[in-house]
Design a protein. Structure first.
Length: 333
């Protein structure tokens, strides 16, 4: 299997019970999560040698977050203790026609206030096959934007494959800020998670017809270094019932997964990260495999994440493969 490193912020998530508005809650369920950490855990569950780099406070919450991802086999050798606070966010769980809502409380966290990297670039990237990071980390500060660009430059100098999920969050930065950052980041990216709205509103791509195939071809005109672009199309019927399709574009060809129906959703948060991990797993282990196999696997990984609580997907490679082959509710005997 491959050696992979991700870098980002892990936070504590406080969630309401379904049917309880956040303003009325008198108890909350706690999970640990964060986009790059979620991807790291999924890839470790798929059998890869995965390291996670981050900053945490040396207090019970920070130690709890560190021990949690360690329990899934993720190396935390490059988790550094600094600062005094773990970032948090609050999730008002959706119900029926009422969609979920997130409230961030991550300002002045140990991660967001970091000014420099305590690790050498050789420590981070020596022997690595892949480096994954997201726009969430990039959005935290101008300093983090500069650090991310530098990290990507150094990874490419060492021939490490780079993966970037735009993961745009309106509560973290504006479209203009994100668009300007992408101009600095995308020249260093090999694998990109982006959809039509990202291309239209963040990259400023103008087309007569906004189809995925047209959009992805246009992105590659500006950034021919990108080898793979991927995304999902989600249809929301209610908060508990969605359907999902995955897409991947490489070598000038768009491939779309089969349609997965997801009734009775337990927890949608982290579904995109599970999808990303599925794409990356197949990319590094089966590059010659038909893209339909890749995208069906990645979409299935995301669908399974919807069936468990918390930010992180806890399914193994074999469990996802089995789900793709035998999508039913029959008991596995």
């Amino acid at each position: 299997m491959s050696s992979i490193i991700t870098l980002g912020e892990i936070m504590a998530r406080f969630s309401t019970d379904k049917g309880t508005p956040l303003s009325q809650a008198n108890q909350l369920l706690v999970h640990y999560g964060g986009s790059e950490a979620n991807v790291a855990v999924s890839l470790a569950n798929f059998g890869h040698d995965v390291s996670f780099a981050s900053f945490l406070p040396e207090n019970p919450l920070g130690l709890g977050a560190k021990r949690y991802i360690e329990s899934f086999g993720v190396s935390t050798r490059m988790v550094t203790f600094r600062g005094e606070r773990l970032g948090t966010y609050y999730l008002e769980t959706g119900a029926g026609v009422r969609k979920p809502n997130v409230v961030y409380d991550r300002a002045h966290s140990s991660f967001s206030t970091a000014k420099e990297l305590p690790w050498s670039f050789d420590e981070l990237f020596e022997g690595r096959d892949l480096f994954h990071i997201t726009g969430i980390t990039t959005a935290l500060s101008q300093n983090w934007l500069s650090l991310v660009v530098t990290l990507l430059e150094e990874a490419k100098k060492r021939n490490v494959t780079t993966s970037f999920d735009i993961n745009y969050r309106t509560k973290l930065w504006s479209q203009e800020e994100c668009g300007n950052a992408l101009k600095k980041i995308l020249p260093y990216i090999d694998i990109l998670s982006a959809g039509i709205l990202d291309a239209k509103y963040l990259m400023g791509i103008e087309l007569q017809e906004y189809t995925l195939e047209n959009v992805y071809a246009e992105i590659l005109k500006g950034y021919p270094n990108i080898e793979v672009i991927y995304s999902t199309n989600r249809t929301v019927y209610t908060s508990e019932h969605n359907s999902l399709v995955g897409n991947i574009y490489r070598k000038g060809r768009l491939t779309t997964s089969k349609l997965f129906d997801i009734p009775n959703i337990i927890d949608r948060v982290g579904g995109g990260d599970a999808f990303t991990a599925g794409v990356l797993h197949k990319y590094v282990t089966a590059q010659d495999e038909d893209d339909i196999e890749l995208i069906n696997f990645a979409t299935a990984a995301s669908v399974l994440k919807h069936t468990i609580s918390g930010d992180m997907s806890l399914f193994s490679f074999r469990e996802v493969e089995e789900f793709v082959k035998h999508t039913s509710n029959e008991i596995s005997r």
